[in-house]
Design a protein around this ligand. Structure first.
Ligand code: FPP
Length: 240
């Protein structure tokens, strides 16, 4: 499906939705849906790296997700623990640099340490940058950024007239990263759910009915083909 004339988006963002519905459809516990979702994610990281995508950002746990049952939250935390270790190996094998966005201090200390280790030990890798949004909410990110701007202003490090879109971007968790070119959301929902509100200003959106555990390379390529069609028609973001 992908041919050499196609433009590979530099940055792909994904809202991985539908693990619960996948589990229900297969008559298995929700946790199993999340487990399958993790495997899909692992495969997607490898596929994205091979396709030459430079940044892949995924929404793994939102600030809203704490409201889920204690059982589900703790199962997700266990999965993060397990995958944080596995990811280190995958990242090393595939030259992937891992970065986390979101407010991580709410996580258990061992998980915060595992996240830090993952970032530290992969920071020299030069292939795909894999960005995982955990305890992430776009409004929360902007409020945290605003607080730091105000603190800098109070200390005389930032003047009101110096605040530009670029400077604002540099206060966000995504500082230094290009904005996403393509956003994919699975499972038929067509909402942003507080994901990257600032960064998605000019992004093309691709929605598919497939549940996240069923997402695969073919689906990723379909999304890229769609992006190419949009990009050709509108001439890219500069003319948006
Ligand atoms: C949405 O499905 C998915 C989540 C809330 C969690 C996504 C997390 C993963 C796939 C694991 C990521 C793992 C790592 C290590 C980063 P849902 O439960 O909202 O599904 P539903 O809408 O069908 O109920």
């Amino acid at each position: 499906m992908i041919d050499e004339t196609m433009k590979i988006p530099q940055h792909v963002a994904i809202i991985m939705d539908g693990n619960g519905r996948w589990a229900k459809a297969h008559k298995v516990p929700r946790q199993l849906g999340h487990k399958e979702g993790c495997q899909t994610l692992e495969q997607t990281v490898e596929d994205a790296a091979r396709l030459g995508i430079k940044y892949l950002t995924v929404y793994a746990f939102s600030t809203e997700n704490w409201k889920r049952s204690e059982e589900e939250v703790s199962a997700l935390m266990q999965l993060f623990r397990f995958y944080a270790k596995r990811l280190l190996g995958i990242a090393k094998t595939n030259n992937v640099r891992v970065r986390m966005i979101g407010e991580r201090s709410r996580f258990a200390p061992d998980l915060v340490e595992a996240i830090g280790r993952l970032e530290r030990e992969t920071q020299q890798n030069t292939g795909l940058t894999f960005v995982i949004a955990v305890n992430y909410g776009s409004r929360d990110e902007m409020v945290r950024a605003g607080r730091r701007m105000l603190a800098d202003a109070a200390e005389g490090r930032l003047k009101p007239e110096e605040l530009t879109e670029q400077v604002f971007s540099d206060y966000l968790d995504t500082a230094g990263m290009p904005d996403p070119d393509l956003l994919i959301r699975t499972s038929g929902e067509e909402r942003l759910s507080n994901f990257l509100l600032w960064q998605l200003a000019y992004t093309e959106f691709y929605f598919t009915d497939i549940y996240w555990p069923d997402f695969n390379k073919e689906e990723l390529e379909k999304a890229i083909a769609y992006y190419n069609g949009r990009d050709r028609r509108f001439g890219g973001r500069n003319e948006a």
